[in-house]
Design a protein around this ligand. Structure first.
Ligand SMILES: Nc1ncnc2c1ncn2[C@@H]1O[C@H](COP(=O)(O)OP(=O)(O)OP(=O)(O)O)[C@@H](O)[C@H]1O
Ligand SMILES: Cc1ncc(C[n+]2csc(CCO)c2C)c(N)n1
Length: 278
């Protein structure tokens, strides 16, 4: 441990104390691994939220890993239109029946009537929140998961958000803002190319790299304000009690060196890592 000033209380002796007591938060993208029947490795309770963006190619896998599947408004159109394209060897109607969302929620200005009718006839729940024009459809879905899913094990909950990146920048920023607004929940934004999640300052982080599926390119990015003091291991360009800020240093185009990256910081940070093409 370093002996420099504690970023929280500015006292030298407290740093060891705080880092030593800080809880570990472990991360691993096992949701990108194929599901194996009879495999009982300890894992998260996954919930999938599908957004109104082209579905990532591995969406059927995310669906299979998840115990609950929500569509944010026009996300339902994507499941209806694009799931059959991702499972091309099966009949489109069979695929649509098999990939039935549990809930469609949003302001309902994008989901098509035929899609809504199709899924409601199969028993999908619909929550119309068109009165709320101040929060995004993703925000509405995350609130729902937080407030109305008592049966799910909350302590082990991990929300996978498919189609969150690579589209309109205002939507991308809104999606990242959801990570900040719900900073105590594990939420992972996913596209075909990368994933992003928040590393809360309250924890010391160990990121276990699925190197066959993700990396090596990665980044650590402060959000909203300069990040006070960050130390990492396992990166080609490690940070050693470094401050980051927009307008100064932020860590982009970094590279994971091995199977584990550790991060501790006095500020919440975004972690991003590339997803491999094959
Ligand atoms: N191009 C995009 N890039 C990233 N995320 C997107 C994009 N389009 C939609 N989303 C996400 O999907 C959710 C549902 O999308 P939908 O198009 O139904 O929203 P919307 O509120 O009708 O959007 P708008 O009226 O601004 O076009 C959004 O809340 C957002 O999180
Ligand atoms: C300052 C401010 N900017 C934009 C919007 C618009 N807006 C934000 S979320 C949302 C719902 C999208 O489904 C809409 C229309 C607002 N309300 N307040």
């Amino acid at each position: 441990f370093s002996l420099s000033l504690c970023p929280f209380c500015q006292k030298r002796e407290r740093l060891l104390h705080i880092w030593g007591k800080m809880d570990l938060m472990a991360h691993s993208s096992t949701f990108l691994l194929p599901t194996i029947s009879g495999d009982h490795r300890p894992s998260f309770t996954y919930v999938l939220v599908v957004l109104n963006q082209r579905l990532p190619r591995f969406t059927p896998l995310l669906w299979k890993h998840s115990q609950l599947r929500l569509c944010a408004d026009g996300g339902a159109n994507r499941v209806y239109d694009e799931m059959p394209l991702l499972v091309p060897h099966e009949d489109a109607l069979d695929v649509r029946h098999r990939y039935k969302p549990d809930l469609i929620k949003g302001d309902m200005d994008s989901v098509r009537t035929e899609v809504l009718d199709f899924y409601t006839s199969l028993g999908t729940m619909v929550v119309d929140e068109s009165h709320d024009q101040d929060t995004t459809d993703l925000h509405k879905c995350i609130s729902h998961i937080r407030d109305f899913t008592p049966d799910l094990d909350k302590s082990n909950l991990c929300v996978l958000v498919a189609g969150a990146l690579g589209g309109r920048f205002d939507h991308e920023a809104g999606n990242i803002n959801v990570l900040c607004r719900f900073s105590t929940m594990r939420i992972i934004l996913i596209s075909d190319d990368c994933l992003i999640y928040l590393l809360p300052r309250t924890h010391y982080h160990e990121i276990h790299i699925q190197s066959s599926l993700e990396g090596p390119h990665c980044g650590l990015i402060p959000i909203g304000m300069p990040s006070g003091n960050t130390t990492t291991t396992g990166l080609q360009w490690d940070l050693n009690e470094m401050e980051m800020r927009f307008g100064g240093l932020i860590s982009t185009s970094n590279i994971v060196r091995g199977g584990k990256v550790t991060v501790r910081s006095s500020s919440d940070l975004l972690w991003t890592i590339s997803i491999k093409k094959t």
